[in-house]
Design a protein around this ligand. Structure first.
Ligand code: MSP
Length: 660
């Protein structure tokens, strides 16, 4: 029989850096679901990645004076590091700058253009740069972006449009015919009431002003709108419209797009409309989860620093408490579908109570008592009696409950089932009092039976925990001589063999002195904030010095476009009389000859200059320097010590070529 397939995706992340624990939420939930379905024996494809194009990245890179790619690459590495630290096991990490993705997006645009679903017109609207979203006047809230409340700018340009309006009735019908398509249910009401009821406007899907994007194949002056570019990742990653589309044929439609609630609109309206226009099936489900809040805020980059000293840095959290603790908190604490609150106190409280106390205690007490009383060899099972029956029944029924919760994508409920079993086992220890049984030789068989039952529950919990925690289950299983690759087919009670070796485990989750740790974390975060502020100040000062004064204000690409830069060839050069700084060059710029004066005499002799290809600011107003006409400026790099070095084209380039 063919294996059931499960295609699950996270949104692709903006390479914004400054990652916080809220960012980890969607992906950790998806990782647990992917692992769960793998353990069910399904063929799983788990996709995540980065959303790299658009104005936001273009601007950030410009601000730093680097290319967008140089700006993004380290951030993508950081994100991958974060997933590695959290043991996120994706099957592909897609970048929207990947060649196959770019080609696929171009083919999607071409297809929609040819079918008439994309057409040319003029766009005028309000653009929110941080959200990369466009709004009509009516949609603005108090003149600001209705999603994030930030300033918007008016944009007018010739654009291509997607006939989204045509698909509004079809989307409404999709919600009716397939209620599971958009979950939780409350999101359907949001989409219908806020957007669909009033009808949809056609969507502007190209830009001419933002050049950091995918050029449209039918009009190279236009670049793909980032959201169409980004949403397409779900099918480009599978080779849609490529020569090798086997993955697409196998995995599409996706079983699940898991997304944060703020981007449901894109996934539950625009994306299905695009797919319908392409004649492709829509995903089985879009799930809009809630946010992890900190002090009531979504932990947005701009605000997260201002709030209390909460430790929200995932790298530091994993370093201090381990990946399992972070994964556990995210999967357990946030009520699925709703918002959840992060505080140091909640995090430490949850980890301490459930992992260190409940689970940690159960595991260490069980293994220690087997080592102590049976020399580390598992005793025989014995006949079940009294509280054994309830414990065994609960252990045997746990998988069905966990599975039912996971089928509803509800990791908190699944974990709460597992931890109910952990608690029941701890209670069983209190009920059966093995330390009392141990004192009486005649009760040795009963003690053995109790410890066997406990060992089995520990093993079953470890297997059940495997999709959620990635370190502790293996440790536990190994110490009970079990195969750490054990799957859900080992969940019947009584699998452990009498005589199997059991090792005493050091605490799987060390107990935390919460009060002390809270104080330490507070200090750490305060110090981090201070160091960050100092670093930012240093960088600002350094960049000001490098630029020879105060940091210059940002300019737009249009400002930059006013400067005409050309390659020139120095055909003659001499010193400017009575000046030890100035050289007078005769420069050929295409068919033109220019007279240029530059202050480089200390670094180049006239002889050295002849034949050099230089970059010339060609549209500077002519001036006279020491009586010599200067019709342009030759560009140089200036070292910290003031040494000047000519900027020349890296390859042979004709004079008159444009520098852009
Ligand atoms: N690039 C878009 C998605 C394009 S998908 C075709 C994007 N990126 S994002 O980096 O801003 O967000 C990535 C994911 O992180 C989203 O699911 C978002 O909801 C989630 N989270 C970011 N902060 C969050 C919290 N504080 N809490 C929970 N998840 C939130 O949107």
């Amino acid at each position: 029989m063919e294996k059931k397939k499960y295609y699950i995706t996270t949104p692709i992340y903006y390479p914004s850096g400054n990652w916080h624990i809220g960012h980890c939420y969607t992906t950790v939930v998806c990782d647990a679901l992917a692992r769960f379905h793998k353990m069910l024996g399904e063929e799983v494809f788990f996709l995540t990645g980065t959303d790299e194009h658009g104005q936001k990245v273009e601007k950030e890179a410009q601000k730093r004076g680097v290319t967008p790619m140089r700006f993004i690459d380290p951030l993508v590495s950081e994100l991958k590091d974060m997933w590695r630290l959290l043991d996120v096991q994706y099957d592909r990490f897609i970048r929207t700058t990947d060649e196959d993705h770019v080609k696929c997006v171009q083919k999607i645009y071409q297809k929609l253009y040819e079918s008439g679903d994309i057409y040319k017109s003029e766009y005028s609207g309000w653009y929110c740069t941080p959200c990369e979203s466009m709004w009509t006047e009516a949609q603005l809230k108090d003149g600001k972006c209705p999603d994030c409340g930030r300033e918007v700018t008016l944009q007018k340009e010739e654009s291509y449009f997607f006939r989204l309006s045509k698909y509004a009735p079809k989307i409404l019908k999709l919600y009716e015919d397939k209620p599971e398509f958009l979950q939780p249910k409350s999101r359907v009401n949001e989409m219908v009431n806020n957007f669909l009821k009033a009808g949809l406007q056609d969507l502007c899907v190209s830009r001419t002003t933002v050049k950091w994007g995918i050029p449209l194949p039918f009009d190279r002056n236009h670049y793909a709108y980032v959201w169409i570019d980004a949403l397409s990742n779900y099918i480009s990653a599978l080779g849609y419209l490529s020569e090798d589309d086997r993955l697409y044929r196998k995995f599409w439609p996706a079983e699940l797009h898991m997304v944060g609630k703020e981007i449901v609109r894109f996934h539950a309206i625009i994306w299905p409309a695009i797919l319908m226009a392409l004649g492709e099936p829509v995903p089985e489900q879009v799930y809009g989860h809630g946010w992890l809040l900190i002090g009531g805020d979504k932990l947005s980059k701009s605000k997260s620093d201002a709030v209390r000293n909460e430790l929200t840095d995932p790298y530091e959290l994993v370093k201090r408490y381990g990946a399992d603790a972070v994964r556990y908190f995210l999967l357990r604490e946030i009520p699925f579908g709703s918002d959840g609150e992060y505080t140091n106190e909640r995090f430490l409280g949850r980890v301490n109570a459930d992992l260190a106390n409940d689970l940690g205690n159960l595991v260490s007490r069980t293994s220690a008592m087997i080592v102590q009383n049976f020399g580390g060899k598992l005793p025989a099972r014995g006949a079940a009696e009294g509280p054994d029956l309830e414990l065994i029944a609960m252990a045997e029924g746990a998988f069905a409950k966990v599975r039912a919760a996971m089928e509803k994508l509800n990791a908190p409920d699944a974990l709460s089932e597992i931890f109910a079993l952990v608690s029941r086992a701890n209670k069983y220890i209190d009920e059966t009092t093995p330390w009392v049984l141990a004192k009486d030789e005649s009760k040795k068989a009963r003690l053995g039976a109790v410890l066997y039952n406990l060992a089995e529950v520990v093993r079953i919990c470890a297997v059940l925990l495997k999709p959620f925690l990635t370190k502790a289950p293996s440790l536990i299983l190994r110490s009970f001589s079990c195969d750490e690759t054990a799957g859900f087919d080992t969940l019947t009670f009584g699998v452990l063999k009498e005589g199997a070796s059991v090792e005493k485990l050091p605490p799987v989750f060390p107990r935390i002195d919460v009060k002390k740790e809270l104080a330490a974390v507070d200090e750490l975060v305060a110090a981090q904030k201070k160091a960050k502020a100092e670093k930012a100040e240093k960088e600002r000062a350094a960049s000001a010095t490098e630029r020879g004064g105060e940091a210059k204000e940002q300019i737009t690409i249009d400002d930059f476009g006013k400067i005409e830069l050309k390659i020139g060839e120095v055909i003659a050069c001499e010193r400017v009389p009575k000046s030890d700084k100035l050289l007078h060059e005769t420069v050929r710029v295409g068919d033109e000859i220019r007279s240029v004066v530059s202050g480089i005499a200390k670094f180049y002799t006239p002889e050295e200059m002849i034949g050099k290809k230089v970059v010339l600011v060609a549209n500077l107003k002519p001036v006279r320097l020491r009586g010599v006409l200067s019709e342009g400026m030759i560009l140089c790099a200036e070292d910290k010590d003031g040494t000047l070095s000519l900027i020349s084209p890296e390859k042979a380039t004709e004079s008159g070529a444009t520098v852009c």
